[in-house]
Design a protein around this ligand. Structure first.
Ligand code: 13P
Length: 255
């Protein structure tokens, strides 16, 4: 029995009306369990496009919201960016360091580190993503890569601050490819991440680490039963309310 976070990352998908209709539909389906104490052990979370945060806010008591990206400066001449002050009322989480941000938008570990600090000071929970590419895995560099990301991204943070962060392991080769890490491959890296964070923070603790990469209703349960996998960060399968709900339904059996 464990606590789980089941998170949808919609990426650049869904208009405002589509976002509202999704959350309303999902809310009705989840409300059947409102008297089930297990629901309290499951956090259901959506990262919609930023423009949908305000209109989605307050539409479900069962679903938390998060912003897919924030900027580390408070305000000013940063065209196109989103400041934490603009979304903190409608967001509990900030997704930081997703591999698409790192690769497509050339985000550096230094910027990611600043974004974590900005999120924490605004009272948002950072959800920090790390993971290796296929080349890095094949060259046997998975652990070296993840170790470097964690060290750089968490640099200068106190152990109390690190306690507040939720992590996601997203092997880049498994994102949107249909190739999922096996539960054993994922567990091995999750255990490594737990140990590395403990070393960096100087405190032995349980960490919330989600797995992301081609999670779907057919494979979610085997992944989520693994000891150090505390949730899922879902892209493609979260865009359809039936498949996202199916993953939530299966997760309820594990908490
Ligand atoms: P897919 O589930 O589409 O592989 O995406 C995973 C992901 O990037 C979630 O953040």
């Amino acid at each position: 029995m464990k606590d789980l976070i089941i998170a949808a990352n919609w990426k650049m998908n869904k208009t405002v009306p589509q976002s509202i209709s999704f959350i309303s539909d999902l809310d009705i389906r989840i409300s059947q369990w409102k008297l089930n104490p297990k629901l309290n052990k499951l956090e259901i979370l959506i990262f919609p496009p930023a423009i949908s945060l305000y209109p989605m806010n307050g539409r479900s008591e069962f679903i938390s919201l998060g912003c897919q990206n924030i900027y580390f400066e408070e305000s000013g001449a940063y065209t196109g960016e989103i400041a934490v002050d603009m979304i903190r009322e409608y967001s509990k989480y900030a997704l930081i360091g997703h591999s698409e941000r790192r690769e497509v938008f050339s985000e550096t570990d230094e910027e990611i580190n600043k974004k974590i600090k900005t999120s924490l000071s605004a009272g948002l929970t950072p959800l920090l993503c790390v993971g290796e590419t296929l080349d890095e895995r094949e060259a046997g560099n998975t652990f070296t890569k993840i170790n470097a990301q964690l060290k750089n991204d968490l640099s200068g943070l106190s152990s109390e601050e690190i306690e507040k962060i939720v992590f996601a392991y997203e092997p880049v080769w498994a994102i949107g490819t249909g190739k999922t890490a096996t539960p054993e491959q994922a567990q091995e890296v999750h255990e490594f991440i737990t140990n590395e964070i403990n070393k960096i923070s100087g405190k032995e603790n349980k960490r919330m680490i989600l797995y992301g990469g081609s999670v779907k209703p057919e494979n979610s349960k085997e992944l989520l039963t693994k000891k150090d996998i505390n949730g899922a960060l879902i892209g493609g399968a979260s865009l359809n309310v039936d498949s996202f709900f199916a993953i939530i339904e299966k997760s309820l059996e594990l908490v």
